[in-house]
Design a protein around this ligand. Structure first.
Ligand SMILES: C[S@@+](CC[C@H](N)C(=O)[O-])C[C@H]1O[C@@H](n2cnc3c(N)ncnc32)[C@H](O)[C@@H]1O
Length: 309
């Protein structure tokens, strides 16, 4: 079995394996398969009866991962689907519940390495169409979304992506229509001098547009809810996020499920009758300095995990 090229190193593999802590015969869903780095590590750790179901909405990533994981035979199954449909995918594989779920959110380095997909604003991508769909067979492209969304929708999406001065940026994007290429979007951003914080301002705008086009917040929220019924007792959920909004969503979900009761604090007794359904096992772990040196993409990663009670 060949090792993955260095630029496609999966993030926080050791901490992810420890967070999932699978028994040798565990059935695991890797709900964001990508190039299959985490799935391969899982398949190597599991015993001969352990299985991984890999899901990706991107046909190309799925094909590349399936090829990579072919040596594991029947122990790996790959399915093209959205994260939010993972319960249906698992049922389609003849299972009701699983022992672990991994979500490694966002896009792969392989997406950013393909200028023609419109995800990156590298120099060689200037003429690329603004597509940004992970599943290129359906849905609006980024160019179509940018042409259709009104100022409020654009502002909301940019704010959700932590873009500074979201209303100003939204106006600049409305005024510069049509935005067909990566270069068009960069030129529109050139009209709004944005403070350079930790990232180049265009990084946050491209990320916010990508998250809107792929409905990433809705995908994560739906999948987190679905994970409760999908996990067998003592099954583990591990989520790796690269964006503060996604990390906040995951943290809020785990805190809520670990607390159980959702009554307002001023209520003197519990009226909701809900009891805890998860136990938190990893709270916002970051990669160590050596990993960040070896793989700069890991820099913004946060790992959270919970165990189904
Ligand atoms: C960060 S990469 C995963 C990398 C992977 N863990 C590895 O080791 O190679 C995220 C992958 O999830 C996929 N993805 C993101 N959001 C998705 C969603 N809502 N439904 C299905 N796949 C999704 C992307 O297409 C991408 O291939």
């Amino acid at each position: 079995m060949s090792a993955a090229p260095a630029e496609h190193l999966p993030v926080m593999v050791g901490p992810v394996l420890r967070a999932l802590d699978p028994a040798p015969d565990a059935r695991i869903v890797d709900a964001t398969l990508g190039l299959g780095g985490h799935a391969e590590a899982l398949l190597r750790q599991l015993g001969p009866a352990g299985r991984v179901i890999g899901i990706d909405r991107d046909a190309e990533m799925l094909a590349r991962a399936t090829e990579r994981l072919r040596p594991f035979g029947e122990r790996f199954r790959g399915v093209q689907a959205r994260l939010s449909y993972m319960s249906d995918v698992v049922r389609g594989q003849g299972l009701e519940q699983v022992d672990g779920i991994l979500m490694d959110l966002g896009v792969c380095s392989a997406h950013l390495d393909q200028p023609e997909r419109g995800f990156s604003f590298r120099e060689d991508a200037a003429e690329s169409p603004l597509d940004m769909r992970m599943d290129q067979s359906r849905g609006e492209t980024a160019a179509e979304w940018l042409a259709r969304a009104d100022e409020d929708e654009l502002t909301d999406a940019l704010r959700a992506g932590d873009v500074p001065a979201p209303r100003r940026v939204a106006r600049a994007l409305r005024e510069r229509q049509p935005l067909r290429t990566v270069g068009d979007l960069l030129a529109a951003l050139g009209d709004v001098p944005l403070p350079r914080r930790r990232h180049h301002p265009a990084t946050l705008v491209f990320q916010a547009v990508r998250m809107a086009v792929n409905e990433e917040r809705h995908e994560l929220e739906t999948a987190l809810e679905a994970s409760i019924d999908l996990l067998a007792p003592r099954g583990r959920l591990a989520v790796l996020s690269y964006h503060s909004g996604e990390d906040r969503t995951t943290k809020a979900f785990l805190n809520r499920e670990a607390k159980g009761c959702v009554c307002p604090p001023e209520l003197p007794y519990c009226g909701c009758g809900r009891s805890p359904r998860m136990r938190i096992v990893v709270r916002g772990q970051r990669p160590d300095a050596d990993e960040i040196d070896a793989n700069p993409r890991a820099r913004s990663a946060r790992l959270r995990a919970g165990e189904r009670l």
